[in-house]
Design a protein around this ligand. Sequence first.
Ligand code: ZN
Length: 186
Amino acid sequence: MPLTAPDAEQLAQITRQLGRRPLRLAGTALCCPAGHPAVVVTYPLQRRSEHLLPFPTIHWLVCPNLVRAISQLERLGAIARAQAWLAADPQRLEAMRCAHRRAIELRWALLEAADRERIARRGLSAAFQDRGIGGIRNFSSVKCLHAHYAFHLLHPTPLGSWLTQQAELHPCPPATERLGCPDSAG
Ligand SMILES: [Zn+2]
C-alpha cells in the first residue's frame, strides 16, 4: 500500500486528531471516505538530538471516530476478551503470529539503508526484530487494540475481524473537504 507524504494541511489535521504533533511520519497509509487520514505510519527510528530512538509501533489509528470506538471497546474490557478469544484457537494464534512477523518485515522495509546500518552498529536490532504489532514481544498477548485495528485496516488479521464484530466500526462518511487525501481512498 503506497504511503503518501502529508502536506502541511494534512499534518495540521493529524496533529488535531492526535492532540499533539506526530513523530516523523513515513506517510499516510489510509484515509477515511470523509477525506481525513485514518491510519498514519511513523518512521521506525526517531531522532532526539544525537540519540536514535527505536519506535516499534508504526501504525497509528488517527480517525477520531474509529479511535473513539476502539477506546470504548477497551474500556469495556475488549483487550482481555480478545486475548481469551485468540488463546482459544491455535490456528488464530498462529495467524496472529504471522501478522506480527509481517509487521516486523514492513517496519524493516520502511527504514533507509543508512539507518539499518546505524541500528546494527548501535546494537538496537532487537527492538526491530522482536517486536510485532503495537511493539509487543509476546505475540500471544494483546495490548493496544488501536494499533491492531490500524494494522488490520491495511493488512487484515483475525483479531481485526473479531474487532469489527464487537462494535460498529465505520469510517467517517464522505465529505467535500478532503485534506490532501485522494478521492479513491477509504
Ligand atoms: Zn474518520
